[in-house]
Design a protein around this ligand. Structure first.
Ligand code: GLN
Length: 447
């Protein structure tokens, strides 16, 4: 069924970079045999899933949508992919993204621009644009994305689906090609909150292969979906409804708050005073980490190597010059600069201090409240090409999602009405560290 639907719509949506029908059919056949023998009771049994192309899959091409990894076939599976095999899903293929997860529209992919299934003149968001578009278009039932500064939640909002960034450490990053290791998390994109809870449960947990994965119990997230939000204490940051946030996004959040109120929840306005510094701190820190992480792509260890080099140093330089796209180069330069000895204190260290203050803003609010609610993004999806010329405008799309990564807390985006052009809007629900259950419970109240 998945391949039938892909046959019908993929020409327009262009969500996949690699499709492996033969392998998927083999997997499905094995699962059929198991089913015939009555050997399984998995809730996710046999369901089709797509995987973002920065999550490594054994013998299945993994490019990070970059020319530098164009021909790269990994020799192992990421922990999350192994976990998906344990719960017996079927991997349909690998999904398009912005190159190395840097971007908010999928236009930074070296290979293709995925389109928003609601209107193909618009971007699907990014960087997990393929992951969100494939679910919205019905090509797969669910997908995995990664979120460093909003890359699961923002495309989920633009495509009208459900996307969760788990607490930092909830899900193993082993086999996720690193962008900014202190911020990156893998998470599920689905049509419903219930599906999302099932999928998160399947991929969570301590992993000896990732020292930042947390030794924290994985509860049954599905059991949290009680439909009961009576007495829930909601904080609404004034910075999330103020300047720079569009009228439509603001109104849709206010309407959602009314619904929660009618179900017995209470909300109050609060402040996250350091939010205004989050964007600057994020781009410094994430680019610094990226400049170190991407040093490994040198033409020797993985993927692409230039043909036009006279000697070794020249080979490194040419390979990287030809292999990386403009946005990736921009970030490597910014990151290298901010980590260099003369500038470290003024930029990198300062940004780390700001990060601490932002984290503390969240801790203060969570002393009194159960969840924080606001829009996922300031506007609905924008037109393809519209923001490509100006990186700073593009960066501003993440203004409401980035603080969540800096603080390490979980956040979900769920559909929340439509703009006047008929494009989906997203509601963001943010929770305490490792309290995805309350986030899901709140989100489920809308289903
Ligand atoms: N759009 C943001 C960036 O370009 C977020 C990316 C992400 O979360 N991977 O960095």
């Amino acid at each position: 069924e998945s391949y039938k639907r892909i046959g019908q719509v993929e020409g327009q949506v262009q969500a996949f970079l690699t499709l492996d029908e033969e392998n998927a059919r083999t997997q499905a056949k094995q699962l059929d045999e198991k089913l015939a023998k009555g050997e399984t009771t998995n809730p996710l049994f046999g369901l089709p899933i797509g995987v973002k192309d920065n999550i490594v899959t054994k013998n299945l091409r993994t490019t990070c949508a970059s020319k530098i990894l164009e021909n790269f076939d990994p020799i192992y599976d990421a922990t999350v992919v192994q976990k998906l095999q344990q719960v017996e899903t079927v991997t349909i293929g690998k999904l398009n993204m912005d190159e190395f997860a840097m971007g908010s529209s999928n236009e930074n992919s070296a290979f293709q621009a995925t389109k928003n299934p609601w209107n193909t003149d618009y971007v699907p968001g990014g960087s997990s644009g393929g992951s969100a578009a494939s679910v919205a278009a019905g090509e797969v039932l669910f997908s995995l994305g990664s979120d460093t500064g909003g890359s699961i939640r923002q495309p989920a909002a633009y495509c009208g689906v459900v996307g969760l960034k788990p607490t930092y450490g909830r899900v193993s990053r082993f086999g996720l090609v690193a962008f900014a290791s202190s911020l990156d998390q893998i998470g599920p994109i689905t049509r419903t909150v219930e599906d999302n809870a099932y999928l998160l449960e399947a991929i969570s947990g301590l992993d000896p292969m990732d020292s930042t994965s947390a030794n924290v119990d994985v509860p049954s997230f599905v059991n949290a979906l009680t439909g009961d939000v009576k007495g829930l204490k909601i904080a609404v940051p004034k910075e999330y409804l103020g300047e720079g946030v569009g009228e439509e996004a603001r109104n849709s959040v206010l309407a959602a708050l009314k619904v929660l109120e009618s179900l017995g929840a209470e909300w109050e306005e609060v402040s996250l005073p350091h939010s205004k510094y989050a964007l600057a701190a994020y781009y410094l820190l994430s680019s610094s980490e990226a400049s170190a992480n991407l040093a490994r792509f040198d033409g020797v260890r993985y993927g692409y190597r230039t043909d036009n080099a006279e000697n070794l140093i020249d080979m490194y330089k040419q390979t990287r010059a030809e292999g990386f796209g403009d946005e990736v180069k921009r970030r490597i330069m910014l990151g290298t600069f901010s980590l260099s000895s003369g500038y470290y204190d003024a930029y990198y260290k300062k940004a780390q201090k700001v990060r601490t203050l932002i984290k503390k803003d969240f801790e203060d609010v969570f002393q009194k409240y159960d969840v924080i609610i606001g829009p996922t993004a300031p506007t609905p999806a924008f037109k393809i090409g519209e923001q490509l010329k100006d990186p700073l405008t593009m960066y501003a799309n993440d203004i409401l999602t980035i603080p969540v990564n800096l603080a390490g807390v979980p956040g979900i985006s769920i559909p929340c009405g439509f703009s006047k052009e008929g494009l989906p809007l997203g509601l963001q629900i943010i929770g305490k560290h490792f309290d995805e259950s309350t986030v899901y419970r709140t989100a489920h109240a809308f289903e």
